[in-house]
Design a protein around this ligand. Sequence first.
Ligand code: XMP
Length: 497
Amino acid sequence: MSGGKTLLELVRGCTFDDVLLAPQHSVLERRDPARIDLASRLSTHLTLQRPIVSANMDTVTRAPMAIVQAEEGGIGIIDRGFRAGQIDAQVREVEIVKRTQHGVIPDPLTVTPEASLEHAVGLMERSGVGSLVVVDEAHRLVGMLTERDVRFVPGTRRVAERMTPRERLVVRGPIGVQEAERVMVEHKIKKLPLVDRDDHLVGLVTAKDLLKQRRQPFATRDAQGRLRVGAAIGAKGDYLERAAELIKAGVDVLVIDIAHGHSTVMAHAVGRVRARFGDFELIAGNVGTAEGARFLADLGVDGIKVGIGPGGGCSTRLTTSFGVPQLQALVECRLAVGDAVPIIADGGIRRDGALALALACGGDTAMLGSVFAGTLETPGEVVQKSVLLAEGQRTVQVPFKVLRGMASIGAIKDRLDVEDAEDVDLDALGAEGLEISVPARGSARPVIQDMIKHLCSAISYGGARSLAELRRRVWEAPERYVIRLSGAARRESYERP
Ligand code: XMP
């Protein structure tokens, strides 16, 4: 970080569109995203293979978005924009993500040998699971029952009559995923039950899950092979109870997300979360100054979210005139905390090139919201709107989705459930977010994949072999990289008809 002070001088008062990076001698033969190391720390104990985080906004991240993000190597943070007291709804989203993929399924669905086939078929249909493990009342393995075993057989018959019994099954002790895969290949089986010494069922490994893991080598998974997911909790009201339920559901990281994280409210909330949940992975934000970042680092959080007002759905700067240009904020905060606490560059990344800048100049990872707006995986209804085409004065129906800032009137109303309350003056809520319609489009997956490809190109232009090396080079010799733009150069660079 020897050139950190110079870098700060170069970007003071700047955001992404105010600078370009000068191309360097390239050493990469291929810009292949599968080979270029993009690993970045999200927080003290969590590393992502792709440095992308989807924003905790109620029009961006719920389970479908979080699943795509984790499968592609990033992570999604489930918003807390459910109505007050509605902790269950957020918990359910976390549970859905955690149940999407498994390495070893620790609690496979089971039936008893005495159960009727009708009962077993019902269980298969309700859960979408095609094979059940048969256990006795002490949870000891006695067999397996698959869809094939129950086809065309009267439902009044017993499970024991149709199951493959224990002695004809391949069974192992509590082994890891790699060893399980070896056993399954050797025996040409699709399911492998795991038992302890006393034959109690302790897990199930399926070929389907292993194949998925193979196909997505960069996915963000926990020790059990499940996708990782984060959730926002806020700093007031039900945040402790919410945190407790989310942790129970298997959430991997909590985010205390408030507009102004350099505050007494934040210190109080972090203190109480730490007192109750010990060193559970905790990210906090947002801040935009060196002092703010140091404040959060001193509170002992595992990650710091940086960004006051750059967000696409955000009107804080318009309504208050407070904020810090995002590029300056990132450099300032990184200089303040060094490598001690990972930084999430939150907001303002509207083109892929800005992602490279955010990650080279201070962000370990980047949080994005509006870039994903309107994609298939965002929550919310698709609404058809009439759009007047300039040529020929024709009107066409175009599908739209809503993107709204979490501090917009709409989002606040939903969160506080003030729809029917008479005495709440909505103006007094002090909205700092916008609500806009965006064209509905396809999946977020290609959006992420394109971003990653472009990030690899940026690494190549920067004369580096990995994202970490690009960062190191920019911080060591910022004057070789950073070019402040004149108005004309900015137009030439970033304005296209
Ligand atoms: P982008 O630019 O990717 O930014 O859409 C996403 C981030 O914007 C922030 N955000 C808000 N900030 N008022 C604000 O001051 C709001 O209503 C609001 N909604 C979202 C948030 O940090 C998010 O991650």
